[in-house]
Design a protein around this ligand. Structure first.
Ligand code: ADP
Length: 249
Protein backbone atom coordinates (compact mmCIF):
# COMPACT_ATOMS: atom_id res chain seq x y z
CA UNK A 1 0.00 0.00 0.00
CA UNK A 2 1.37 3.40 -0.95
CA UNK A 3 0.25 6.87 0.04
CA UNK A 4 -0.11 7.71 -3.67
CA UNK A 5 -2.73 5.09 -4.49
CA UNK A 6 -4.21 4.69 -1.04
CA UNK A 7 -5.72 7.64 0.76
CA UNK A 8 -6.30 5.83 4.04
CA UNK A 9 -4.04 3.12 5.43
CA UNK A 10 -4.24 1.13 8.65
CA UNK A 11 -0.90 -0.51 9.47
CA UNK A 12 -0.68 -3.40 11.87
CA UNK A 13 -3.78 -2.22 13.71
CA UNK A 14 -4.54 -3.87 17.02
CA UNK A 15 -7.22 -3.06 19.57
CA UNK A 16 -7.40 -4.83 22.90
CA UNK A 17 -10.36 -4.42 25.25
CA UNK A 18 -9.48 -5.57 28.76
CA UNK A 19 -7.33 -8.47 27.56
CA UNK A 20 -9.54 -9.35 24.57
CA UNK A 21 -8.10 -8.55 21.14
CA UNK A 22 -11.01 -7.37 18.97
CA UNK A 23 -8.68 -6.40 16.08
CA UNK A 24 -5.36 -8.16 15.56
CA UNK A 25 -2.53 -6.84 13.36
CA UNK A 26 -4.84 -5.70 10.57
CA UNK A 27 -3.32 -4.12 7.46
CA UNK A 28 -5.92 -2.32 5.44
CA UNK A 29 -5.54 0.16 2.61
CA UNK A 30 -8.35 2.17 1.05
CA UNK A 31 -7.68 3.08 -2.56
CA UNK A 32 -8.23 6.69 -3.60
CA UNK A 33 -11.60 7.06 -5.32
CA UNK A 34 -12.88 3.62 -4.32
CA UNK A 35 -15.98 2.57 -2.43
CA UNK A 36 -14.62 0.10 0.10
CA UNK A 37 -16.69 -2.06 2.45
CA UNK A 38 -15.85 -3.83 5.67
CA UNK A 39 -17.99 -6.93 6.05
CA UNK A 40 -17.99 -10.06 8.18
CA UNK A 41 -20.05 -12.00 10.71
CA UNK A 42 -21.17 -10.42 14.00
CA UNK A 43 -18.29 -9.86 16.38
CA UNK A 44 -15.72 -9.99 13.54
CA UNK A 45 -14.26 -6.61 14.54
CA UNK A 46 -15.77 -4.46 11.75
CA UNK A 47 -17.01 -1.66 14.00
CA UNK A 48 -13.81 -1.66 16.03
CA UNK A 49 -11.71 -1.51 12.87
CA UNK A 50 -13.90 1.27 11.45
CA UNK A 51 -13.67 3.19 14.73
CA UNK A 52 -9.87 2.94 14.65
CA UNK A 53 -9.67 4.22 11.07
CA UNK A 54 -12.07 7.08 11.84
CA UNK A 55 -10.14 7.97 14.99
CA UNK A 56 -13.16 7.32 17.19
CA UNK A 57 -11.05 4.77 19.10
CA UNK A 58 -7.34 4.91 19.90
CA UNK A 59 -5.48 1.82 18.68
CA UNK A 60 -3.58 -0.37 21.16
CA UNK A 61 -0.99 -0.82 18.41
CA UNK A 62 -0.39 0.24 14.85
CA UNK A 63 -0.69 3.36 12.77
CA UNK A 64 -3.26 5.18 10.69
CA UNK A 65 -2.05 7.14 7.67
CA UNK A 66 -4.32 9.63 5.92
CA UNK A 67 -3.04 11.15 2.70
CA UNK A 68 0.53 10.35 3.66
CA UNK A 69 0.22 11.86 7.14
CA UNK A 70 0.35 9.80 10.34
CA UNK A 71 -2.94 10.67 12.06
CA UNK A 72 -2.62 8.04 14.81
CA UNK A 73 -2.41 10.70 17.51
CA UNK A 74 -4.99 13.14 16.12
CA UNK A 75 -8.57 13.59 17.31
CA UNK A 76 -11.75 13.10 15.29
CA UNK A 77 -12.26 16.86 14.87
CA UNK A 78 -8.70 17.31 13.65
CA UNK A 79 -9.00 14.59 11.03
CA UNK A 80 -12.40 15.94 9.96
CA UNK A 81 -10.75 19.26 9.16
CA UNK A 82 -8.33 17.39 6.93
CA UNK A 83 -11.22 15.83 5.02
CA UNK A 84 -11.72 12.47 6.75
CA UNK A 85 -15.34 12.76 7.83
CA UNK A 86 -17.56 10.24 9.52
CA UNK A 87 -21.27 10.45 8.97
CA UNK A 88 -24.00 9.75 11.53
CA UNK A 89 -21.83 11.00 14.33
CA UNK A 90 -20.13 14.32 13.75
CA UNK A 91 -23.04 15.50 11.67
CA UNK A 92 -25.90 14.51 13.94
CA UNK A 93 -29.08 16.25 12.84
CA UNK A 94 -31.14 18.62 14.99
CA UNK A 95 -34.71 17.27 15.11
CA UNK A 96 -36.45 20.63 15.49
CA UNK A 97 -34.59 22.33 12.67
CA UNK A 98 -35.75 22.02 9.08
CA UNK A 99 -33.72 20.04 6.55
CA UNK A 100 -32.43 23.31 5.10
CA UNK A 101 -31.46 24.67 8.53
CA UNK A 102 -29.65 21.43 9.39
CA UNK A 103 -27.50 21.63 6.27
CA UNK A 104 -26.87 25.32 6.91
CA UNK A 105 -25.64 24.56 10.43
CA UNK A 106 -23.22 22.00 8.98
CA UNK A 107 -22.01 24.52 6.39
CA UNK A 108 -21.56 27.12 9.13
CA UNK A 109 -19.50 24.72 11.22
CA UNK A 110 -17.24 24.09 8.23
CA UNK A 111 -17.00 27.68 7.06
CA UNK A 112 -17.41 29.36 10.42
CA UNK A 113 -15.20 32.36 9.91
CA UNK A 114 -16.34 32.97 6.36
CA UNK A 115 -19.94 32.67 7.48
CA UNK A 116 -19.58 35.49 9.99
CA UNK A 117 -17.98 37.54 7.27
CA UNK A 118 -20.93 36.86 4.98
CA UNK A 119 -23.43 37.60 7.70
CA UNK A 120 -21.74 40.85 8.49
CA UNK A 121 -22.29 41.75 4.87
CA UNK A 122 -25.93 40.63 5.16
CA UNK A 123 -25.26 38.10 2.50
CA UNK A 124 -26.38 34.67 3.71
CA UNK A 125 -27.54 33.88 0.20
CA UNK A 126 -24.47 31.86 -0.83
CA UNK A 127 -24.94 29.62 2.22
CA UNK A 128 -28.60 29.04 1.44
CA UNK A 129 -27.84 28.36 -2.20
CA UNK A 130 -25.23 25.74 -1.27
CA UNK A 131 -27.61 24.16 1.28
CA UNK A 132 -30.36 23.91 -1.36
CA UNK A 133 -27.90 22.35 -3.79
CA UNK A 134 -26.91 19.70 -1.26
CA UNK A 135 -30.55 18.91 -0.42
CA UNK A 136 -31.27 18.56 -4.11
CA UNK A 137 -28.31 16.20 -4.44
CA UNK A 138 -29.75 13.83 -1.81
CA UNK A 139 -33.31 14.04 -3.12
CA UNK A 140 -34.68 16.28 -0.35
CA UNK A 141 -35.43 19.41 -2.38
CA UNK A 142 -39.16 19.09 -1.66
CA UNK A 143 -38.53 18.52 2.05
CA UNK A 144 -36.33 21.53 2.73
CA UNK A 145 -38.83 23.15 5.09
CA UNK A 146 -39.73 19.91 6.87
CA UNK A 147 -38.18 19.46 10.32
CA UNK A 148 -35.73 16.58 10.62
CA UNK A 149 -38.04 14.96 13.19
CA UNK A 150 -40.87 14.78 10.64
CA UNK A 151 -38.80 13.13 7.91
CA UNK A 152 -39.18 9.41 7.24
CA UNK A 153 -36.36 7.19 8.48
CA UNK A 154 -34.84 6.89 4.99
CA UNK A 155 -35.00 10.64 4.46
CA UNK A 156 -33.35 11.28 7.84
CA UNK A 157 -30.40 9.19 6.70
CA UNK A 158 -30.35 11.12 3.40
CA UNK A 159 -30.27 14.37 5.40
CA UNK A 160 -27.34 13.04 7.43
CA UNK A 161 -25.48 12.39 4.20
CA UNK A 162 -26.24 15.96 3.05
CA UNK A 163 -24.86 17.38 6.31
CA UNK A 164 -21.77 15.17 5.91
CA UNK A 165 -21.27 16.40 2.34
CA UNK A 166 -21.51 19.96 3.64
CA UNK A 167 -18.19 19.31 5.39
CA UNK A 168 -16.63 18.54 1.98
CA UNK A 169 -15.13 15.18 2.90
CA UNK A 170 -12.42 13.75 0.70
CA UNK A 171 -13.02 10.45 2.45
CA UNK A 172 -16.54 9.80 3.66
CA UNK A 173 -17.01 7.14 6.32
CA UNK A 174 -20.42 5.54 6.68
CA UNK A 175 -21.33 3.25 9.55
CA UNK A 176 -24.06 0.89 8.35
CA UNK A 177 -25.90 3.40 6.17
CA UNK A 178 -28.82 1.02 5.50
CA UNK A 179 -29.19 -0.27 9.08
CA UNK A 180 -32.82 -0.56 10.13
CA UNK A 181 -34.14 0.39 6.70
CA UNK A 182 -37.06 -1.21 4.96
CA UNK A 183 -36.75 -2.48 1.43
CA UNK A 184 -38.24 0.70 -0.07
CA UNK A 185 -35.52 2.92 1.45
CA UNK A 186 -32.51 0.75 0.65
CA UNK A 187 -32.46 1.26 -3.13
CA UNK A 188 -32.67 5.09 -2.99
CA UNK A 189 -29.99 5.37 -0.26
CA UNK A 190 -27.73 3.05 -2.28
CA UNK A 191 -28.07 5.27 -5.36
CA UNK A 192 -27.55 8.34 -3.20
CA UNK A 193 -24.29 6.96 -1.79
CA UNK A 194 -23.17 6.13 -5.32
CA UNK A 195 -23.73 9.75 -6.39
CA UNK A 196 -22.18 11.13 -3.19
CA UNK A 197 -19.10 8.98 -3.84
CA UNK A 198 -18.34 10.72 -7.11
CA UNK A 199 -15.01 12.50 -6.82
CA UNK A 200 -14.26 11.12 -3.36
CA UNK A 201 -13.47 7.94 -1.46
CA UNK A 202 -16.02 6.09 0.67
CA UNK A 203 -15.42 3.51 3.39
CA UNK A 204 -18.42 1.80 4.89
CA UNK A 205 -19.43 -0.96 7.27
CA UNK A 206 -22.42 -2.68 5.73
CA UNK A 207 -24.40 -5.82 6.52
CA UNK A 208 -26.55 -5.89 3.41
CA UNK A 209 -24.56 -7.87 0.85
CA UNK A 210 -26.72 -6.76 -2.04
CA UNK A 211 -25.88 -3.13 -1.18
CA UNK A 212 -22.20 -4.09 -0.98
CA UNK A 213 -22.29 -5.84 -4.36
CA UNK A 214 -24.02 -2.85 -6.00
CA UNK A 215 -21.76 -0.18 -4.53
CA UNK A 216 -18.35 -1.45 -3.63
CA UNK A 217 -15.30 -2.12 -5.73
CA UNK A 218 -13.22 -3.41 -2.81
CA UNK A 219 -14.40 -5.55 0.06
CA UNK A 220 -12.46 -6.55 3.15
CA UNK A 221 -13.90 -9.52 5.02
CA UNK A 222 -13.06 -9.68 8.71
CA UNK A 223 -13.38 -12.64 11.04
CA UNK A 224 -12.18 -12.99 14.63
CA UNK A 225 -10.42 -9.62 14.39
CA UNK A 226 -8.37 -10.57 11.34
CA UNK A 227 -8.66 -10.17 7.58
CA UNK A 228 -10.14 -13.32 6.09
CA UNK A 229 -10.31 -12.17 2.47
CA UNK A 230 -10.12 -9.06 0.32
CA UNK A 231 -10.99 -8.19 -3.25
CA UNK A 232 -13.96 -7.53 -5.49
CA UNK A 233 -17.41 -8.77 -4.51
CA UNK A 234 -17.01 -11.63 -6.95
CA UNK A 235 -13.62 -12.58 -5.46
CA UNK A 236 -14.76 -12.63 -1.87
CA UNK A 237 -18.16 -14.21 -2.47
CA UNK A 238 -16.48 -17.12 -4.28
CA UNK A 239 -13.89 -17.57 -1.54
CA UNK A 240 -14.66 -20.86 0.31
CA UNK A 241 -13.35 -19.42 3.62
CA UNK A 242 -15.81 -16.53 3.34
CA UNK A 243 -18.70 -18.87 2.52
CA UNK A 244 -17.83 -20.97 5.58
CA UNK A 245 -17.57 -17.89 7.81
CA UNK A 246 -21.01 -16.71 6.74
CA UNK A 247 -22.49 -20.16 7.25
CA UNK A 248 -21.21 -19.96 10.82
CA UNK A 249 -18.63 -22.69 10.27
P1 ADP B 1 -18.60 -6.31 14.53
O1 ADP B 1 -18.78 -4.87 14.24
O2 ADP B 1 -17.90 -7.05 13.43
O3 ADP B 1 -19.87 -7.02 14.92
P2 ADP B 1 -17.16 -5.39 16.87
O4 ADP B 1 -15.99 -4.64 16.34
O5 ADP B 1 -18.33 -4.61 17.33
O6 ADP B 1 -17.62 -6.47 15.79
O7 ADP B 1 -16.70 -6.31 18.06
C1 ADP B 1 -15.62 -7.23 17.95
C2 ADP B 1 -15.43 -7.90 19.30
O8 ADP B 1 -14.94 -6.96 20.23
C3 ADP B 1 -16.70 -8.48 19.88
O9 ADP B 1 -16.39 -9.70 20.51
C4 ADP B 1 -17.12 -7.44 20.90
O10 ADP B 1 -17.82 -8.01 21.96
C5 ADP B 1 -15.80 -6.87 21.35
N1 ADP B 1 -15.90 -5.46 21.75
C6 ADP B 1 -16.25 -4.43 20.93
N2 ADP B 1 -16.23 -3.27 21.60
C7 ADP B 1 -15.88 -3.57 22.88
C8 ADP B 1 -15.69 -2.78 24.08
N3 ADP B 1 -15.86 -1.46 24.08
N4 ADP B 1 -15.34 -3.45 25.20
C9 ADP B 1 -15.16 -4.78 25.20
N5 ADP B 1 -15.32 -5.56 24.11
C10 ADP B 1 -15.67 -4.98 22.97
Amino acid sequence: ATGEDHVLIGRDLTKVFGGFAAVKHVNLAVRRGSIHALIGPNGAGKTTCFNLLTKTLQPTGGQIIFDGEDISKLRTAEVAKRGLVRSFQISATFPNLTALENVRVALQSKFGAAYHFWRSLRAVAPLNARAEELLDQVGLADNRHTTAAELSYGKKRALEIATTLALEPRVMLLDEPTAGMGHEDIEPITQLIKRAAEGRTVLLVEHNLSVVSTLCDTITVLQHGEILAEGSYEDVSNNPDVVTAYMGG
